[in-house]
Ligand binder design. Structure first.
Ligand code: HEC
Length: 196
C-alpha cells in the first residue's frame, strides 16, 4: 500500500488518494422518511398551538408559544421518534437555534436554490457525517419558508409594542425583516448511526 501511495505522490501529488478515511455510506431511506415525519409532526403541532394562541390572546400571547412551546414540542417529538429535531436559521431570534457548520452550509444551499427559482417543496438535504468523537451521524434538513401569519413576528413591519416584547426576551433578535416566500430557516434532524 505504501508503495502505491508513494507512486501516486510521485505521479501527481494526489495526496488525497492516500487518505485512509473510508467513504461514508448514503443515508437510508428509512432515516430520510422518519426525519421528514418528525419535522412534519413538529411543524403541525407548532402551527396548531401558534394559531390557537394568536386567536385567543393575540401575538403577545403567541410569543410564549414560540419561546416555550417550540423547544418543548421539539423535545417531545424527539423523544417519541428517536430522531432529534430542531429549528435553525442563518438569522436567528434565539441564539440557541444558531446553525452549526453543516446546517449553515445547508441553509446557504437552500438560499441559493430558492434564488435560482427552484421549488422549496423538493428541497431536502441528507448525509451521513463523521462526528467529532469518531462515530457517525445521520443528518437531514428541510427549508422553512415565510408565510403570511409569520410576518406578524418576523416581517418587515412588526408592531412596535410587539417588537419591544420580543426584544425584552431576545435582545439579540435578528429574525425580522423577512418577506413571504423567503427562506426563514430550516428543520434539522439528526441521529447517531452505527456503521458496519
Ligand atoms: C407570535 C410571534 C411569532 C409568530 C407569529 C411566528 N414566530 Fe417564529 N419565532 C418567534 C419566537 C419568539 C421565536 C424564538 C423561539 C425560541 O426561543 O426557540 C421564533 C423562532 C422561529 C424559528 C427558529 C429560528 C430562530 O429564529 O430562532 C423559526 C425557523 C421560525 N420562528 C419560523 C417561523 C415561521 C415560519 C412562522 C410562520 C408560520 C413563525 N415563525 C411565526 C415568534 C413568532
Amino acid at each position: 500500500m505504501w508503495q502505491r501511495c508513494i507512486g501516486i505522490l510521485l505521479v501527481g501529488g494526489l495526496l488525497a488518494a492516500c487518505s485512509t478515511e473510508p467513504r461514508m455510506p448514503e443515508p437510508s431511506f428509512d432515516d430520510i422518511d422518519a426525519a421528514g415525519k418528525a419535522a412534519r409532526e413538529m411543524q403541525a403541532a407548532l402551527k396548531d398551538e401558534l394559531m390557537a394562541a394568536m386567536q385567543a390572546g393575540g401575538p403577545e400571547a403567541a410569543i410564549a408559544v414560540c419561546s416555550e412551546r417550540a423547544p418543548a414540542i421539539a423535545r417531545q417529538v424527539s423523544d417519541q421518534s428517536g430522531y432529534e429535531v430542531s429549528r435553525t436559521a442563518l438569522r436567528t431570534r434565539n441564539d440557541a437555534n444558531a446553525p452549526d457548520a453543516w446546517e449553515a452550509e445547508g441553509l446557504e444551499i437552500f438560499e441559493a436554490a430558492l434564488a435560482s427559482g427552484a421549488s422549496p417543496s423538493v428541497m431536502e438535504r441528507s448525509e451521513i457525517v463523521r462526528t467529532e468523537e469518531g462515530g457517525a451521524e445521520f443528518r437531514w434538513m428541510k427549508p422553512i419558508l415565510m408565510d403570511e401569519p409569520c410576518t406578524v413576528c418576523h416581517g418587515t413591519q412588526v408592531n412596535e409594542g410587539l417588537q419591544a416584547s420580543i426584544a425584552s426576551l431576545y435582545p439579540d433578535d435578528e429574525a425580522t425583516g423577512f418577506e413571504v416566500g423567503q427562506l426563514r430557516g430550516a428543520f434539522s434532524v439528526r441521529k447517531v448511526v452505527e456503521l458496519e
